[in-house]
Design a protein around this ligand. Structure first.
Ligand code: PMP
Length: 464
């Protein structure tokens, strides 16, 4: 539909699919199955809408991969990138150099994030940000004279990225099975998924119990060996797990008690997604360190950041010597310039307040109408992060087996009906651009509702 001068000469969707299947190894995909089925080729986008190579319009209920917060097709971001690339397309922060966009972005992130996070290490992806944090945390404890504090505790189904280290830190057992992970010195506790494990326990009591798993882990590993605890304020890729009220306060208390650093992975929750600038604001977390990506540039450029709190920074700066870490594109000037303009759009248009006060509650109220559907066990969310968990039998609280097949079918129905939602196990997940309108939310929820009906009809063929 748009550009016609690709070197391969590909023109039709069939051409693209054939070339894609021939050469392109997709992330988190079964290559063989995808090659047989063929990918949907996305060619352009505007607002909350995508167009594929057949010219079909698709509602993006996931903001790409939870990242296109300001929506697609923003001319300000294009102009900013063009201006920066004209003036200075590349320079780095190694060997005593800096660039204005990197300096300005760091200043802005310090201003926006919770108090005490006054230093920034710029990188290109959420994985790199978390990897950077691991290296910093271990270096910090070694400098503090406690080199045996190396273990980082995370949660089952927490997702922190895909490098060897952060895949180890992530609590995805299926990932661990590939390539001999986890690496040593990562531990996992259960996630605070009340609906799954303790639906009859009151939320406050469950919060206490679930946070208590951290204390148990610290005591069994030995407090002198635990460097840090990391968690997403709301677990995203692991199934949209919203913590019960009081969970984070208790986690914070336990971390303080054992002098364990608290790290908030804000890669999904950051930049307005939960209705505040950061999930840490929503849950009143005071993290020692924080990682940012995705919404930082609304996905227009690969850019991410590790925010470092005063305590850790003071030691690293005063006594750390040379920190032997960094990437060619750390603080890339074009990416930083675009991130700054993206933040400026979020501010100018009041998008964070809009999520909290208007469009987030609207999405939740619309999803609540699905509660009585025979497949729907729970509707949960915060801001523009929402999950609808499917269940086999409401009365007996039994889940589907095998896990994930029903969710995947429902997602496929949505996609065929031209709306992107994600299935995590059997939870249908939505995280649309923060600019989504009420009419577009209606389309998204109606499409999901229809897909639930279609999935319900398919059940006999899906169950063992
Ligand atoms: N942390 C969280 C919470 C994420 O959701 C993701 C990506 N989905 C990452 C880290 C990894 O980010 P990236 O894919 O940019 O490496």
């Amino acid at each position: 539909a748009s550009r016609t001068c690709w070197e391969s000469g590909a023109q039709s969707s069939a051409d693209w699919r054939a070339l894609d299947a021939a050469h392109n190894l997709h992330p988190f995909s079964d290559h063989k199955a995808l090659a047989t089925e063929g990918s949907r080729v996305i060619t352009r986008a505007e607002g909350v809408w995508l167009w594929d190579s057949d010219g079909t319009r698709v509602l993006d209920g996931m903001a790409g991969l939870w990242c296109v917060n300001v929506g697609y097709g923003r001319p300000e971001l294009v102009q900013t990138a063009a201006r920066q690339m004209t003036e200075l397309p590349y320079y780095n922060l190694f060997f005593k150099t800096a660039t204005p966009p990197a300096i300005e972005l760091s200043r802005k992130l310090v201003e926006l994030t919770p108090p005490g996070l006054n230093h920034v290490f710029l990188v290109n992806s959420g994985s790199e940000a978390n990897d950077t944090i691991i290296r910093m945390v271990r270096h910090f404890w070694a400098l503090e004279g406690q080199p045996e504090r190396r273990v980082i505790i995370a949660r089952d189904n927490g997702y922190h990225g895909s490098t060897l280290a952060v895949a180890s830190m992530s609590g995805m057992t299926a990932m661990h099975k590939q390539g001999g992970l986890p690496l040593p010195d990562f531990a996992h506790i259960r996630e605070p998924h009340r609906f799954k494990v303790a639906p009859n326990t009151p939320p406050e009591a469950f919060a206490h119990e679930a946070a208590g798993w951290l204390e148990e882990a610290i005591l069994s590993i030995g407090p002198g060996r635990v460097a840090a605890f990391i968690g997403e304020p709301i677990q995203g890729a692991g199934g949209l797990i919203v913590p019960p009220p009081g969970y984070w306060a208790e986690i914070q208390r336990i971390c303080t008690k054992y002098d364990v650093l608290l790290i908030a992975d804000e890669v999904i929750c950051g930049f307005g997604r939960t209705g505040q600038w950061f999930g840490s604001d929503t849950y009143r977390i005071r993290p020692d360190m924080m990682t940012l990506a995705k919404g930082l540039s609304s996905g227009y450029m690969p850019v991410a950041a590790a925010m470092v709190g005063d305590r850790v920074a003071a030691t690293l700066i005063d006594r750390g010597g040379e920190f032997l870490h960094g990437f060619t594109s750390s603080g890339h000037p074009t990416a930083c310039a675009v991130a700054l303009e993206n933040i400026s759009i979020l501010e100018r248009e009041g998008l964070v307040d809009r999520v909290r006060e208007d469009i987030g509650p609207y999405l939740m109220s619309r999803l609540e109408t699905l509660r009585d559907h025979p497949l729907v066990g729970e509707v949960r969310g915060q801001g523009l992060l929402a999950g609808v968990e499917l269940i086999r039998d409401k009365a007996h609280h039994t889940f589907f087996s095998p896990v994930g097949r029903v969710g995947a079918r429902c997602r496929d129905h949505c996609f065929r009906n031209n709306a992107v939602v994600r299935a995590v196990y059997d939870t249908m997940v939505m995280a649309p651009p923060l600019v989504i309108g009420r009419d577009e939310i209606d389309i998204l929820v109606d499409t999901l509702s229809h897909a639930l009906d279609q999935t319900h009809q398919d059940l006999p063929r899906l169950l063992d």
